[in-house]
Write a protein that binds this ligand. Structure first.
Ligand code: ACO
Ligand code: ZN
Length: 465
């Protein structure tokens, strides 16, 4: 097995490529996406030889990197190849398709800081949820094309393309190794999960077909046997730290990144498998981690988490947020978001998630903001007889702890603001009210502030975290 090195070819339009032998990394061509009949434009990231047969690691140009995959030759349409030029761009017939700037993941920032050994990819990885994710991406691409008034530097929700680098993970330059998924599978408790992105687990582990992770302390092992040995000694059945919330089977544990460093680092490492735009950052001291669990007779099982800076000069109330894939799309993401705002309410502050948001992060936050703000309008009481309810944006911020910019962008996105007789008014149609009620009925689990036992700490008063 060999990994070919990157070659920069300066060639002009070469649309037909007789064989795959001329293909190099950086070439762009239509590739059939696994599990679909679609042939979107893709870029070859890496080529390897497995027992005399070439396979290609491809990135679908207009799609999220979690869909990147190894494909064989017969998935490539070699009739329309764009060869890479020296400046790193591709040239060829199909030049109309490029990665949209604001969704590009090659965000500038400091060099990535993975401190454990990084491994090269091994076996062919087939992404199971490709069809669903491709459909989502198409929907988002359509929406993006329809969106107006956006400048190049800032995206819809004020996300800077070159964000400030904080968070327990920071943005990174794409390089060939970290661009590729390197872990084939993980086992976490009862779940087997296919990773979405690169994470710097030790190389020795990445060469195995599965990494076995203790679902309670998050230590990783190279085999089932090793994990079983670990489980005999590991007797915790919940995350470390304080349980600050419990209602029915849902609990939240607050973990200090300084006091429980190993756990916090292992959590970041695990999360990196599903977070693309962040690179692992081993200094967990400045962060708190809020781990949400679901309880059963075997223990408190991790469902998701978010990290939060102890002190944020930019009013961030979430650095990274993740629902473990087996629990996704069941409302837990919104529950995590709701909890993060509940903490901000206790702190008496407004807050916002750290930028840039991922595609799924943006969807979830937009949906949370829209529902929270609509709920306020719909339940607002008129101030006097025959009067319409009146509420200011600042009041919405105070009630919800959602930062002003996010309230405004949500109202704009929902297209609710109208200018009438010299003042701004919000008009909500019957349709929107009906849709909102249906959506709220689906939100079965909610945060109950009475179950939160927590007093915010003033970290600025401490000499050291
Ligand atoms: N396709 C379409 N819509 C989706 C998808 C999807 N794959 N996933 C979530 N959504 C929508 C849901 O439909 C829902 O909106 P709706 O109620 O209006 O229909 C909303 O997003 C939230 O859904 P939940 O079920 O509450 O969220 P989930 O548990 O799936 O978690 C999260 C959302 C945390 C973003 C999850 O997708 C995830 O962990 N992704 C990987 C990590 C990531 O991208 N994190 C955010 C990075 S940004 C940051 O860290 C600040
Ligand atoms: Zn353990």
């Amino acid at each position: 097995m060999k990994i070919t090195t990157k070659m920069e070819v300066d060639e002009d339009i070469s649309s037909i490529c007789e064989s795959t032998s001329a293909l190099t990394e950086g070439c762009r061509l239509p590739v059939r996406m696994h599990g679909t009949d679609d042939w979107p434009l893709a870029e070859i990231v890496s080529i390897k030889d497995v027992e005399g047969t070439k396979i290609f690691y491809v990135h679908y140009v207009d799609f999220n990197k979690r869909l990147d995959e190894w494909v064989s030759e017969d998935y490539l349409d070699t009739r329309k190849v764009q060869f890479p030029r020296r400046d790193g761009t591709a040239t060829g017939q199909n030049t109309g398709v490029t990665t949209p700037k604001k969704f590009s993941h090659s965000v500038t920032g400091p060099a990535s800081r993975p401190t454990s050994p990084i491994s090269l990819p091994n076996n062919d990885i087939v992404n199971g949820s490709a069809v669903l994710a491709a459909a989502l991406q198409k929907k988002m691409n359509r929406k993006r094309k329809a969106t107006v008034v956006e400048n190049e530097e800032t995206s819809q929700d004020g996300q800077n393309v070159t964000p400030r680098q904080s968070g327990s993970m920071v943005t990174h330059h794409d390089d060939v190794v970290t661009r590729m998924k390197n872990v084939e599978m993980i086992e976490l408790g009862r779940h087997r999960i296919k990773p979405w992105y690169f994470a710097p687990y030790p190389q020795e582990l990445c060469q195995t077909t599965c990494i076995y992770i203790c679902e309670f302390c998050l230590k990783y092992r190279k085999s089932k046997k090793c994990l079983e040995r670990h489980l005999m000694k590991c007797n915790i059945r919940h995350p470390p730290g304080n349980e600050i919330y419990r209602k029915h089977t849902i609990s939240f544990f607050e973990i200090d990144g300084r006091k429980n460093k190993v756990y916090a680092q292992n959590l970041c490492l695990l999360a990196k498998l599903f977070l693309d735009h962040k690179t692992l950052y081993y200094d967990t001291d400045p962060f708190l981690f809020y781990v949400m669990t679901e309880y059963d007779s075997r223990g408190f099982h991790i469902v998701g988490y978010f990290s939060k800076e102890k002190e944020s000069t930019e009013d961030y109330n979430v650095a990274c947020i993740l629902t473990m894939p087996p629990y996704q799309r069941k409302g837990y993401g919104k529950l995590l978001i709701e909890f993060s705002y509940e903490l901000s309410k206790f702190e008496g502050k407004t807050g916002s998630p750290e930028k840039p948001l991922s595609d799924l992060g943006l969807l979830s936050y937009r949906s949370y903001w829209a529902q929270t703000i609509l709920e306020i309008f719909i339940t607002a009481k008129p101030t006097g007889d025959n009067e319409k309810p009146t509420i200011t944006i600042n009041e919405i911020c105070e009630i919800t702890s959602i930062k002003k910019e996010d309230v405004i962008s949500t109202l704009q996105n929902l297209n609710l603001i109208n200018y009438y007789k010299g003042q701004y008014i919000v008009c909500i149609s019957r349709d929107i009210i009906d849709q909102h009620k249906k959506a709220m009925d689906k939100r079965k689990i909610r945060i109950d502030s009475k179950c939160l036992h927590w007093t915010p700490k003033d970290w600025s008063k401490r000499s050291k975290w």
